[in-house]
Design a binder for this molecule. Structure first.
Ligand code: NDP
Ligand code: OXD
Length: 306
């Protein structure tokens, strides 16, 4: 029985080496060279074309190469009975904490204004940006970011579906608590999964509940953001700027209005990436659990959609 790696845009070598080490004896194949489809027991995937996963009749489980699983759940051909696991990897978590810290601090400390001053040859000291950070999503990644930012002396709150307790972080839970959470968040960080309930959550209603001139850091999914509402909020001054890592269309089209905005910093979906060297252990653990009939680590609740 085998595991098939489906990864269209990046070379497979690093994953092959890491899986060989973490799962000795595992027969790993790289899509589309899968061998007999009935021998495929597991799929490790990022954005397989619709229908590809459904083509393996004896699959035991699907493992996402990323923390997000929307790319799997959006494929209506994937059998609903198959367990799906999101990626939990210490490098992915650390990378996101680094990215969000970088994005928040460049706003807080006026980095862009200082760079502009340098270009103009001006000795100009910017004021401090807001210190009250609100993180949408207090899961694996959001929780790590909250701890990192709180450790830097920022006033951090987080919003999740179920109530959380994190030292030094003010926790808000559920839709009813969202307005109060937003009202205190001078920097809003989005680390939510993409579910039908959360699509378009970063739109006018949300922006207008933030303090005037708030700043957005978005590393969730492009579909969380209503792009026209962001531009409008920036033009009105309701938002003072944004760092965006994810977009409805990736790569961001060359003619997209975001590219030329001085108040938007664009990064190409690199906030954090799974490192095969550390993440193969998560895959190995889940293979053992699936074979033993145990729930997977990071198993997706299909009713909740994440
Ligand atoms: P988790 O599943 O660990 O955390 C998700 C968080 O969102 C949880 O706190 C959950 O609440 C909360 N949540 C879900 N639904 C709701 C809701 N309806 N209302 C309030 N809160 C809700 O995921 P990760 O932290 O591992 O990853 C989060 C997302 O980050 C991924 O799904 C992906 O979209 C994005 N990502 C982006 C990357 C990038 O490079 N840009 C890299 C990796 C991930 P609760 O805790 O109560 O369940
Ligand atoms: C992920 C991502 O979900 O990279 O891991 O977006």
């Amino acid at each position: 029985m085998s595991l098939v790696l489906i990864r269209k845009t990046a070379p497979a070598e690093a994953w092959l080496a890491a899986l060989r080490k973490a799962c000795p004896g595992l027969d790993v194949r790289v899509w589309p060279d899968t061998g007999p489809v009935e021998e495929v027991e597991f799929v490790l995937t990022w954005a397989a074309d619709p229908g590809v996963i459904a083509g393996f009749p004896r699959l035991r489980a699907i493992f996402s190469l990323g923390a997000g699983v929307d790319h799997i759940l959006n494929d209506a051909t994937v059998p609903a009975s198959l367990p799906v696991a999101r990626m939990i990897d210490r490098s992915l978590t650390a990378g996101m904490a680094q990215y969000v810290t970088m994005a928040v601090l460049q706003y807080r400390r006026g980095w862009e204004a200082m760079r502009a001053g340098q270009r103009a040859g001006l000795w100009r000291r910017p004021g401090l940006g807001g210190s009250r950070v609100g993180i949408l999503g207090l899961g694996e990644l959001g929780g790590a970011c909250a701890r990192a930012l709180a450790g830097l002396g920022l006033d951090v709150a987080g919003w999740s579906r179920s109530a959380k307790r994190i030292d030094g972080v003010q926790a808000y839970a559920g839709m009813d608590a969202l307005p109060a959470f937003l009202a205190r968040s001078e920097v809003l960080v989005c680390l939510l999964p993409l579910t039908s309930e959360l699509e378009n959550i970063l739109g006018r209603t949300t922006f207008d509940r933030l303090p005037w001139g708030a700043y957005l850091v978005h590393a969730g999914r492009g579909e969380h953001l209503v792009e026209a509402d962001l531009l409008d909020a920036l033009d009105r001054g309701q938002l003072s700027g944004a760092v965006l890592d994810v977009f409805r269309q990736e790569p961001l089209p060359a003619a997209h209005p975001f590219w030329t905005r001085a108040d938007i910093i664009i990064t190409p979906h690199i906030a954090s990436q799974t490192d095969p060297a550390t993440a193969a252990a998560h895959v190995a653990a889940n293979i053992a659990r699936a074979r033993a009939g145990l729930p997977l680590i990071g198993q997706v609740d299909r009713a909740l959609g994440y």
